[in-house]
Write a protein that binds this ligand. Structure first.
Ligand SMILES: Nc1nc2c(ncn2[C@@H]2O[C@H](COP(=O)(O)OP(=O)(O)OP(=O)(O)O)[C@@H](O)[C@H]2O)c(=O)[nH]1
Ligand SMILES: [Mg+2]
Length: 317
């Protein structure tokens, strides 16, 4: 435990779960709570309502969650940070990045995540969810990664844990982890999890012995992953929100500098536009003068010719 953080509750970890929308954050938390409560596949904890389990159990929630309609898969299901309590872990569910509601919504969500970290006092780890079946970083992944880098100080990224969802084991892991380590941070731990049980309609398997046998296996694998996940945090030093505050201030100062540079650039562009307009005017004026001079010359020539025509005997003109 970090001695600088006075308000760390001994042995109590605070973990924030982040990731692109639809990556499985809420499903992971329900599975995690089920592991904590030693539940079976046919009696899971549903703290966060989901498509096939629309009724949430409020006993596991520290704060009122405002999940959207679980049947609407088009928009982010989680639009608020909610805290769920286990025996020695508090886990914070967050709204998904690259939200299908648009980037303005993302900015609001980033503020929500920032606020919840400030309010919590310290964070033990960041659990980032990525789709383990993807064999390359998508632009949306890149967007999530940039957001994570922008939001979290390096100190917090030292306590990064990646859960690869839709991926039962390392054998099916396709994600370019090397790229991730080079571009973002080296995670403390990576885990694979294919959370199919809570994603399947119970009406589909209830009473079907063969399917139930398969689900039991899937559940066992998921519970194993959850045990591994819960065991990671004791080895990590929690990061105080002071680090976050400092980083936030540095970021704000940086943003203010960028703003001022942008204003300078804007003023310079305006100046350039004005100069261009002056040059164009000047060229137009010069053209007019040139045209005028040309006209005068042509007129003079015409006049000279006229003199020439009427002055027989002159040889010079
Ligand atoms: N096959 C499979 N499906 C999953 C897994 N995790 C989640 N899903 C499904 O993916 C969908 C979205 O899961 P959620 O847990 O709501 O995702 P989320 O990250 O909380 O999404 P937002 O709240 O919108 O940010 C659901 O239909 C889940 O059943 C997984 O590991 N494997
Ligand atoms: Mg969610």
């Amino acid at each position: 435990m970090n001695a600088n953080i006075e308000h760390v509750i001994q042995g109590h970890h605070q973990v924030i779960v982040i990731g692109q929308t639809g990556m499985g954050k809420s499903t992971l938390i329900n599975t995690w709570l089920s592991h904590d409560q030693e539940r079976t596949y046919n009696n899971p904890v549903i703290a966060i309502p989901m498509e096939h389990y629309p009724t949430g159990d409020p006993n596991f929630r520290n704060r009122v969650s405002t999940e959207n309609d679980p049947n609407n898969q088009m928009s982010s299901q989680t639009n608020k940070c909610s805290i769920y309590t286990m025996k020695n872990i508090q886990v914070i569910d967050t709204p998904g990045f690259a939200d299908s509601n648009g980037s303005d919504k993302d900015k609001v969500n980033l503020k929500l995540i920032e606020k919840v970290i400030m309010d919590r006092g310290y964070i033990t780890a960041v659990v980032l969810l990525l789709d383990g079946t993807r064999n390359r970083m998508t632009p949306q992944d890149q967007y999530v990664i940039n957001s994570v880098r922008g939001l979290f100080p390096d100190k917090l990224l030292e306590n990064l844990v990646i859960v690869f969802t839709r991926c039962r084991s390392r054998l099916s892991l396709r994600y370019p982890l090397k790229d991730f380590c080079q571009n973002v941070a080296v995670p403390q731990k990576t885990l694979c999890l294919d959370n199919v049980v809570l994603g399947t309609n119970p009406n589909m398997w209830k009473g079907n012995l063969d399917l139930e046998r398969q689900l039991k296996k899937e559940w066992k694998a998921a519970m194993f992953s959850m045990a591994q996940l819960s065991g990671i945090f004791d080895a990590l030093a929690p990061v105080s929100n002071n680090v976050f505050k400092e980083y936030s201030e540095i970021r704000q100062r940086g943003m203010a500098k960028i703003d001022s540079i942008m204003t300078d650039i804007k003023n310079l562009s305006q100046l350039k536009r004005q100069l261009t307009a002056i040059i164009v005017d000047e060229e137009a004026a010069r053209l007019t003068v040139d045209e005028y001079n040309k006209k005068i010359t042509e007129t003079s020539v015409a006049k000279i010719r006229w003199i020439n025509d009427d002055s027989k005997g002159h040889s010079t003109v």
